[in-house]
Ligand binder design. Sequence first.
Ligand code: FPP
Length: 233
Amino acid sequence: MGCEHVAIIMDGNGRWAKAQGKPRTAGHLVGADNVRTIAIAANELGVKYLTLYAFSTENWKRSADEVNYIMKLPAVFFKKYMQEFLDRGYRMNIIGELDKLPKNTEKVLRDAMDESRNNTGLNLNICMNYGSQREIVLAANAYAKDVLEGKKELGIDTDEFEQYLMTKDFPPVDLLIRTSGELRISNYLLWQIAYAELAFVPVSWPEFTPEVLKRCLDEYSGRDRRFGGVKSE
Ligand code: FPP
């Protein structure tokens, strides 16, 4: 079975920078450049959806300097690479509560989505102010509201509930990768990874190369995904 949807927790930017005697933010800048490198590689390896965790609902707890830096990164990133992404036919999707971001950050992200709306190539999904528990609570509230307003019946199934999630336009995650050796999910795509294969790699995000991605995909293709069924003969 091909790997259509890869999600990545891009961890270890801060430690990578510290190890080189640089501020944590230097790691985020290199990390953003690596988003381009890995998007190109993923596309060449046949991935159709690449969903990256750039900023979580919990990341607001970091220092104001670091948060401000990450909030400015989308503008830097898209100024450098948007034209190339358009030329390559990539479609940008931003997942998260965008209306709670600084206004300029929100605008840059919405513009990237608008400009690439008609593209049919790689879906490059960037999660910004995203948290999976929050996403599910928002979905439950939206469904409850529809019931109260008489637009939905009580007793929907999983497929119908998925239509309330921020990821309703995307297939489930096939492979979740986390860099930097931590063995955690950190409130990322909890619903969407229900049957995903997991890969935890010991390198930090700035060191995550196309070769490492290829190794993860090769390992994935050797796995026997059963989705709760029995082993195929
Ligand atoms: C986790 O590493 C990384 C983040 C919280 C930020 C990730 C952001 C990027 C890679 C930039 C992408 C942005 C755009 C707009 C493309 P960490 O800081 O938690 O590292 P540590 O665990 O070593 O502290």
